[in-house]
Design a protein around this ligand. Structure first.
Ligand SMILES: [Zn+2]
Length: 361
């Protein structure tokens, strides 16, 4: 074990870290899959109600929370679906690593992607007086919930931060080809030193070009800067997925500093217009959302898991650094997602080296 990790574990044992491990385990314990997010949604709504945080659910099943008052709110974001089969499991902890074991005693995907993000959002709602949060359905099959998000809710949002990337040092600059923030901006001037301070081996030269997550949809719809970065899950979209408590803590600690520094103001960035979001686009998204609700994820989730051996093979054969391996894994994920949810005006090219390239058809 290297010295920083040993130090972190020592701090955890002495309760110096800010993370509420019981709440993290509780959040991760909710089975959820795209099309059947009910239990995760109920858990979120109940914990918001317990804390008297005003919230509502839209007709698609997205949850919105508003705490306090501001001209412009910080908004934290996570998605509430996973790709894993809807089954009962228990969360196990060993050396600050969390895994899920099903009733047959086998490991199953814990769904840190993106239940770890949900946990971070709930914690931030406790820690800030004036803050919004949005929890989206069916991200895994094409950001369906976020494309249908409530535009009124986002009218007074100054910026949005999502916690939906693996490991502990990824920062998405582009997501689904959409630029989330400008590096020539006050927004970047504020976030960059915090990432340098908090994320291991972060460098502004390593800003990522990552596949879609909800903020890529939000940035296509709204004129505020967005951000997405690591929340400490590993082996996502596979039954070997696990969550590192220490890395979730890094994410949370970083988020607190980011929001303290960015404050309650608008970081304007005109919406990305590469995707034509008109009524027929939204109708298409709505139809897909309804069809997944009918299937309740059960048809596709076992199928997705079958891709894990391919990920492993690729990872084993590529002798390169971890980030590049993960890019390849992410590529497979994106191929699978696109296989399930490709729309007529998207084309996708995954053979350009290890980088992910999205092209407009
Ligand atoms: Zn995710």
């Amino acid at each position: 074990m290297d010295t920083p990790t040993a130090l972190l574990i020592l701090m955890l044992k002495m309760n110096f870290l800010m993370i509420n491990i019981n709440r993290l385990i509780e959040t991760l314990s909710n089975p959820t899959v795209y099309g059947a997010e009910d239990r995760m949604r109920d858990y979120i709504v109940n914990s918001l109600n317990e804390r008297n945080i005003p919230n509502y659910v839209d007709k698609y099943g997205n949850v919105y929370a508003v705490k306090g008052n501001a001209d412009y709110f910080p908004c934290v974001v996570a998605h509430i679906d996973t790709v894993h089969p809807l089954e009962e499991f228990t969360v196990h902890e060993d050396s600050y690593i969390l895994t899920a074991i099903n009733k047959h005693g086998e490991q199953t995907g814990i769904g840190g992607d993106d239940k770890a993000g949900v946990f971070v959002c709930l914690e931030l709602l406790d820690r800030f007086e004036n803050i919004k949060a949005a929890f989206f359905v069916s991200e895994e099959v094409g950001c369906l919930g976020s494309y249908l998000s409530d535009s009124e809710f986002f009218e007074n949002v100054g910026y949005a931060i999502q916690f939906d990337a693996p490991f502990n040092n990824w920062v998405s600059h582009y997501s689904d080809g959409v630029k989330l923030f400008s590096t020539d901006s006050e927004f970047f001037e504020k976030i960059n030193p915090i990432f340098e301070e908090c994320l291991p081996n972060y460098s502004s030269n390593n800003l990522g070009n990552h596949p879609y997550t909800d903020v890529s949809a939000l940035k296509s719809l709204y004129d505020f800067s967005c951000l997405n970065y690591s929340v400490g899950y590993y082996n996502m979209h596979s039954k070997h997925e696990y969550v590192s408590i220490l890395d979730v803590d890094i994410c949370l600690t970083t988020a607190v500093k980011l929001i303290e520094s960015l404050g309650q103001k608008l970081y304007f960035l005109p919406k990305d217009n590469r995707r034509l979001i008109n009524e027929s686009f939204k109708r298409n998204i709505e139809n897909r959302l309804n069809s997944y609700k009918t299937k309740r994820g059960s048809i596709w989730a076992p199928f997705l898991l079958r891709f894990y051996p391919i990920q492993l093979r690729l990872s084993e054969t590529i002798d390169t650094e971890a980030n590049d391996i993960l890019n390849f894994d992410y590529t497979i994920e994106t191929v699978v997602n696109h296989f399930l949810s490709v729309t007529s005006h998207d084309t996708f090219n995954w053979s350009e080296g290890k980088r992910i390239v999205h092209c407009r058809g």
